[in-house]
Write a protein that binds this ligand. Sequence first.
Ligand code: NAG
Ligand code: NAG
Ligand code: NAG
Length: 224
Amino acid sequence: MRTAVLLLILLPPMVAQDLCKESKDGFKVRLSIKTALGDKAYEWNKSEMFLFQSTLAFAMRIHANRSNQETNYNIANILVCNDTQRVSFVFVVTSPDDPTQPIPKEQVERAVRLSKHRINNAFLLSDMTLEFVGIPPTLAAPIKYDTPPWLIVFGVVMGAVAVGIMALLMSTVSKRRRAKDKAAGFAEEDGGIVKENGTSLSSLKGKDGVYNQAFSSDERFTQL
Ligand SMILES: *[C@@H]1O[C@H](CO)[C@@H](O)[C@H](O)[C@H]1NC(C)=O
Ligand SMILES: *[C@@H]1O[C@H](CO)[C@@H](O)[C@H](O)[C@H]1NC(C)=O
Ligand SMILES: *[C@@H]1O[C@H](CO)[C@@H](O)[C@H](O)[C@H]1NC(C)=O
């Protein structure tokens, strides 16, 4: 009789513990209070754990309200186990209607995502220092760009390429023009020399023959 009563008293917490340890719907939580707060780090104790349970119950309520479900979650529905000194622990959420029934992991994840900034703020931590293992910290609503970012990058790259091509073309054109001006100048000089000094014509031709050839072919090229 006495053992039966004892068993009856001991049974609920044992069931809760087992439910937490064996459930596939548990989430591991890791807190880096020292990293986040340094000298102002607080000690993780039962009161802090109570706050965590309340915050999670709150998150579950908020999420349940959004999905028009029962919102009467309490701290008794947040089971905690496997806690370690360097603060980490596992928690499982149970149904308010049936405390032996774990809430599916996906539902808990949605609730955590929905209220992550509130949970972070309760513990003065951030996504980096308050980690729900398996729930990526993409918690803020994604920023919607009018123009997708890849298009902006594409535009910038194409703009740079266009500027590069323009610069190349400009430099080629100006170089060619300079060469042409130079060639024209030489040609005039050439003519002048020829006119002024007919006797040296043969020797000049011999000297500048190669250059003149280049000039004439260049001009044909520009005409094309
Ligand atoms: C908790 O620890 C026990 C061993 O003490 C282990 O068997 C169990 O898988 C752990 N639970 C979770 C959810 O990690
Ligand atoms: C828990 O830790 C906080 C912050 O360090 C402290 O203020 C509070 O007194 C502690 N509570 C218990 C019950 O130890
Ligand atoms: C959710 O919250 C709104 C506004 O606070 C309330 O009117 C509504 O009854 C709640 N829904 C549930 C299912 O509790």
